[in-house]
Design a protein around this ligand. Sequence first.
Ligand SMILES: Nc1ncnc2c1ncn2[C@@H]1O[C@H](COP(=O)(O)OP(=O)(O)O)[C@@H](O)[C@H]1O
Ligand SMILES: [Mg+2]
Length: 319
Amino acid sequence: MTELIKTENLGRHFGEIRAVDGISFSASRGEVLGFLGPNGAGKSTTMKLLTGFLTPSFGTATVGGYDIISQSRQVRSCLGYLPENAPLYGDMEVADFLKFVCEIRKIAPSDRKRAIDTATQRAGLAEVLSQRIETLSKGYRRRVGLAQALVHDPEILILDEPTDGLDPNQKHDVRELISTLAKDKCILLSTHILEEVEEVCSRIVIISRGKIVADGTADELRTRTESHGVVKMRLAGAEAQRLTQSVAAVSGVRDVAVSTANDEVLLQVTPHNGDFSIHGLVERVLAEHCEIRDLSVERGHLDEVFRAITETVDTSGRP
Ligand SMILES: Nc1ncnc2c1ncn2[C@@H]1O[C@H](COP(=O)(O)OP(=O)(O)O)[C@@H](O)[C@H]1O
Ligand SMILES: [Mg+2]
């Protein structure tokens, strides 16, 4: 896989504030990398470093194979960027604004119509093309920002909270668009919405206080949760105390909790990581002459991971 974004110990300080504090990660074509973190974690600052809007205090990064400091112009031409507060020209009509972006992006005049049509259609802007930007709702402005990031069909997209301000239907559309675009692009998006990363991102980097605190797929991150792998059973005909002792002796079991409801027993088994086998557990339960009425295995929730490794406090004003 070709690495289209690569950072090494990238950092940016604002006086005392270590906004980005030595971040290393990479992303390849076909990947949608989700940058997840609480407010003030350093997501936007990292994106501004990658897109040449800020210079790093230390560390290096390449985008599309170009160095963000010495080849900043090439970097900017190979990426599309949706900033957090996309600077749009309020008194321009949407169509004129996109034409203007085509000029800046040096798209050949003969290709401009097609470029604008494609971006307009992708961002769902057809019905507002002749409207002045300042008269648009927040959701539509966000989509204009998205269209401007897409107009030159860049290989790399850096999207800062792309669904911010959109209603649920619009969020759904933008997520679908991102998934469609992902096939032959490398997309870095930031969000603090967990369902968004689960839905569209192939990999998640969690960032907190300027540092990366986790990097993996949603499934990999879920394995870190307390509830991951917990087995729950609803049983009939069980004798609670005997069942508890019997199940506790199964290899790999860390904890057993039993409660009774009506004539049923609810069994909750927490395994150790490693040598636990659910077959062994089920065999033992059946040997107690119980009827298993329901069985589920918890996958774990991303919000558990998120809460456990980031702080829930708002760090946007952190020193
Ligand atoms: N231009 C700036 N000057 C001073 N501090 C800044 C500036 N930009 C960002 N910060 C600070 O850097 C930290 C990270 O901000 P940011 O990257 O915007 O976080 P996020 O996008 O994850 O919410 C915050 O504490 C923020 O207040
Ligand atoms: Mg931000």
